[in-house]
Design a protein. Structure first.
Length: 160
């Protein structure tokens, strides 16, 4: 049987090269990528002239050569370096983000203060119409500044 990933043939040499970069973590059962990673901690694996995530590459191999368009490889174990197929599943970007947020893995869930330094407390936080968490103190200040600018504009229009 001939194997391929994204149309590129997979040889025994490719598989040997892949598995040489993986180490079992006995504490959590993850098969952790030991080679290059990107800035987000996900592994990088070169195959067929392209660099891709090894978790996505191995999942594509299992799925017959491709992760379907619009879907991505999701880590059930929350370990970006894991390539254990029993820890990976295919899902939409939306599902992946929802899972990350619900498990506290999304980078925004780690933030305790807004950009202006106001603490995210229950009293000072609301969910904006776009679904993002927002700071009430900053919103009040923005609204106040906006009203002031409108008043000034109105006064300058009246004086013309």
């Amino acid at each position: 049987m001939r194997m391929s990933v994204y149309g590129e043939p997979v040889t025994l040499k490719d598989l040997d090269r892949f598995w040489a970069k993986v180490k079992l973590n006995p504490e959590n059962g993850c098969w952790e990528w030991q080679a290059a990673t990107n800035g987000n901690g996900y592994g990088c694996f070169g195959h067929g002239g392209y660099v891709q995530g090894p978790h996505r590459w191995i999942l594509a191999l299992q799925l017959g050569g491709v992760v379907p368009y619009g879907l991505e490889a999701m880590h059930r174990c929350d370990n970006n370096k894991c390539v254990n197929l029993s820890h990976l599943e295919v899902g939409t970007r939306r599902k992946n983000m929802q899972d990350m947020v619900s498990r506290g893995q999304h980078y925004n869930t780690q933030k305790t203060h807004c950009r202006q330094g106001h603490e995210y407390t229950e009293e000072n936080t609301y969910v904006a119409s776009n679904g993002h968490r927002a700071c009430r103190t900053c919103r009040r200040k923005w609204n106040s500044e906006s009203r002031r600018r409108k008043r000034e504009q109105s006064r300058s229009d009246d004086s013309d």
